[in-house]
Ligand binder design. Sequence first.
Ligand code: 13P
Ligand code: SF4
Length: 329
Amino acid sequence: MSKTVLNYEPLIFPPKKTNEKIVLSDIQQEILSLKKERNAIILAHNYQIEAIQEVADFVGDSLGLSYKAEEADADVIVFCGVHFMAETAKIVNPQKTVLLPDLDAGCSLSDACPAEQLKAYKEKHPNIYVVAYINCSAGVKALSDVICTSGNAQKIVDQVPADKEILFVPDQNLGQWVSQQTHRKMELWPGSCYAHVLFTFNALKKIKDQFPKALIVAHPECVQTVREFANEVCSTEKMVHFCKESPADTFIIVTETAMIHRLQREIPNKTFIAGPTNTCACNECRFMKMNTIEKLRDCLKNLSPQIEIPETTRKQAYVPLKRMLEWSQ
Ligand code: 13P
Ligand code: SF4
């Protein structure tokens, strides 16, 4: 294959000086004192902006965050992520006040599978076993048999009784990847993550030509041609472990670009390059970016917006979520 180049500058994060001290801004300090006042815990996803990650009690992937939400004993859980993540916290720990800095922070995957459509599908296929990726609404979880995340999907699917016919919702790319890993045939709901499908083989081939020694690490929400070109396909949390353990010193990170803040903090001596798309050197999830540091401060101040779920739906959604947390141990 001939060498090609990107027509824009790649976004490179070189090694950090390990003695660099984080200086918190006034608003970050204000958040820390409000957190104390409210007896709150701040949980943040790896895709949140750096300023939010810096004040969080825990930063992680959907799986780690679900466990943290379940065991949280503070009065208030501030969830810096998207709506389905905050909803998950409320499902597993309903006594707590759960706040989401921007209630409109949704997810294209979650939107791709409305509960009414899944209900209609199940009526036509009454024996189907529904494995739902955690990126779905409480209503969809309530209709599912077990939940999974990108960090445990293989483990979960491996435990589904062999005689069951599986429908995997809502991500066809993650579903296809899991099916390939587990050799388990599954029906795939036609949803996808609008951000991850922007990564293409062509863009990655160009950046790999520029940095031939760099290893490509991709999220399973990417399309098959991207996954096949990657050296490693895994959840955001596993990316941290992979880059830490690998003898390589440069990595092309094919997921939401804010992931690199977490990688740099944990592995300051290595270089990370943002996975490019056909048109841009980076790739941000517009929903994750709806949470700002000001909105985080304001939600702690006002104890709003809060996540509310009708109790019947919550109870039904808890069953497959709890099953996941147990199967995933
Ligand atoms: P992780 O669980 O791997 O962090 O992924 C969540 C997500 O929304 C990916 O787009
Ligand atoms: Fe949803 Fe994609 Fe954003 Fe993750 S990156 S929250 S899957 S839209």
